[in-house]
Design a protein around this ligand. Structure first.
Ligand SMILES: NC(=O)C1=CN([C@@H]2O[C@H](COP(=O)(O)OP(=O)(O)OC[C@H]3O[C@@H](n4cnc5c(N)ncnc54)[C@H](O)[C@@H]3O)[C@@H](O)[C@H]2O)C=CC1
Ligand SMILES: N[C@@H](CC=O)C(=O)O
Length: 512
């Protein structure tokens, strides 16, 4: 009998499956199965009848599986010839896990989220007693999930962090600093089990500590998604989260593979959300099918709570009519400082790079692409089906510098100085430069209008008073009328962005 406080695990079991048509419901079939196995000296465990599939499964010790199949084939030889029995076979290498739970449905849904689908389930509803049969390599994960649910054991969340530059590296430190507190306060055990960059990957199934930089530096393993997926399987890791802190267009192509292999996804990388709308939608369907989540709060406004706010407003039926503002922390810093100081444009751009505001290639900011992506991401949150090509972008990078190597571009930044000096000097008095994004038009139609451009505004206007690397987002809605909801604050920077990514990881961990 299963004790209320124990989880019993019986390993080395096999299921003998007996399949047939218009036959299994007949009186006497079960007893013939039992009798045949009994006479062969084989003891039978859990039994389950699958009314829909016309099958019966019996559980036996793995060592007896071959004989069990043989005895049953002999007993039902005549019915097999007549076509009533279609198949008798065994599935080996299984475990039976027995436990008592009042909330088996919750456990089942956690198991499904981790891609564990019990091969057999027997439940005595009144006593809350449950036996499930899973494959040997799923036994540990299943046990951990059941323990979390019935004993309140801390939930271990296994993190694979891809990219450890400005944002990713800061995130590792933030997680390591807070892990103990989170374990105590939230009963969530965050373990960083993989860290990768564009060249190498390092693994540690018990979780990396403060020497993680050394470990990745001396890792001999080439960066490989296949290897990461294999590692998670080999070590039977549950509650997997892949965190993308790269800016890579190639890496996002692997998101579906991660989802299909049981990972939720968190990303500061904006690329996936700006792929063609068909891919964007297919990925959402894939997530739904696999009961997985993709969180990306930092895609717009870094650590500011923008995506969630827009999502909630939209979901609750609020009619959003326009979103405009300064979307880029980098370009905010550049134009806030360049407009007021006597320094050259290139000097201020270099400062923004040093402060960790820019994209890995600063042309992504200066070309307007990064702001355009953010605008498109917000548009799609409103169910608009705009594509990247629909956006009117004022590109601030001269054509001759667009396709050269990134380092060469950085070394030639001074070539931009004279043009922007004259743009600055040709403004009306008491005006400053701001690079803005504007989503407008009839947002109830399929597509909105998206503009990204450099403008000159009065220094005493709301936009004109922006400071540092602050972003400002004005959200106009029907209920709020002429007075927009305004979200303002640091729009870039490794610390705030990593904190935002961390927030997404915690949100996932709590719902997982
Ligand atoms: N810096 C900021 O304020 C904000 C940045 N973001 C986003 O954060 C992401 C990361 O930005 P940073 O940390 O500044 O970049 P970074 O250049 O400092 O770091 C990028 C990391 O990604 C790795 N990487 C690149 N391609 C890879 C691949 N194919 N496979 C595995 N690893 C790969 C690199 O080796 C490096 O470790 C970008 O997508 C950016 O748009 C989002 C919001 C704000
Ligand atoms: N380069 C981006 C970083 C955040 O998305 C910006 O400056 O806004």
């Amino acid at each position: 009998m299963t004790d209320k406080n124990t989880i019993n695990i019986y390993r080395n079991k096999a299921l003998v499956n007996f399949e047939g048509k218009n036959f299994l419901g007949q009186i006497g079939v079960d007893s013939r199965i039992f009798q045949a196995l009994n006479e062969g000296g084989i003891s039978v465990g859990v039994i389950s009848q699958q009314a829909i599939e016309n099958g019966i499964s019996v559980l036996v010790d793995e060592v007896d599986a071959e004989d069990a199949v043989k005895f049953l084939k002999k007993e039902f030889e005549k019915e097999a010839k007549e076509g009533h029995v279609s198949n008798i076979y065994s599935i080996d290498n299984l475990s039976v896990i027995g436990f008592v739970s009042d909330n088996y449905n919750k456990i089942l849904s956690e198991l499904q989220r981790n891609k564990i689908f019990p091969l057999l389930l027997s439940q005595i509803a009144s006593a809350g007693r449950v036996n499930i049969v899973v494959t040997e390599n799923q036994t540990e994960i299943t046990k951990n999930i059941i323990e979390t649910e019935i004993y309140g054991k801390p939930k271990t969340v296994h993190l694979a962090l891809i990219g450890h530059g400005n944002v990713g590296g800061t995130l590792v430190e933030q997680i390591l600093d807070s892990a103990y507190d989170i374990l105590k306060r939230k009963r969530v055990d965050l373990k960083i089990v993989a860290i990768a960059n564009s060249k190498k990957i390092a693994f540690n199934q018990t979780g990396f500590g403060s020497d993680w930089r050394q470990k990745i530096k001396f890792s001999q393993t080439d960066s490989s998604i296949e290897r990461l997926v294999e590692f998670a399987k080999e070590h039977h890791l549950e509650n997997l989260v892949m965190v993308d802190n790269t800016a890579s267009k190639d890496f996002v192509k692997h998101y579906p593979t991660f989802v299909e292999n049981g990972f939720d996804v968190v990303g500061s990388n904006k690329i996936y959300n700006t792929l063609p709308i068909s891919e964007y939608r297919d990925f959402r369907k894939l997530l739904e099918k696999n009961k997985k989540k993709y969180l990306y709060e930092t895609n717009v406004g870094a650590g500011l709570p923008l995506i969630d706010t827009i999502k909630l407003l939209h979901l609750s039926g609020e009619n959003i009519t326009r979103i405009k503002g300064v979307f880029s922390g980098t370009l905010s810093y550049v134009f806030n400082n360049f407009s007021l100081r006597n320094d050259k444009y290139s000097v201020v751009i270099r400062e923004a790079m040093e402060k960790g505001f820019t994209e890995p290639d600063p042309r992504e900011d200066l070309s307007g692409n990064d702001v355009a992506r953010k605008l498109l991401i917000l548009a799609r949150e409103l169910d608009l089906i705009n594509e990247f090509q629909d956006i009117n972008i004022q590109n601030l990078v001269p054509e001759n510098l667009l396709d050269i190597d990134k380092n060469e571009f950085i070394s030639r930044l001074e070539e931009l100085d004279s043009e922007y000096q004259s743009v600055k000097e040709n403004q009306k008095p008491d005006h400053v430069l701001r690079y803005v994004g504007d989503l407008h038009g009839n947002l109830q139609e399929e597509k909105g209008e998206l503009d990204v451009k450099l403008i000159s505004v009065p220094a005493n206007s709301a936009l004109g008073q922006l400071k540092g690397s602050d972003s400002i987002f004005e959200i106009y809605t029907e209920s709020y009328g002429e007075n927009p909801i305004v979200i303002m604050g640091a729009g870039a920077g490794a610390k705030v962005t990593a904190r935002g990514v961390f927030g997404d990881i915690l949100r996932l961990s709590e719902t997982k």
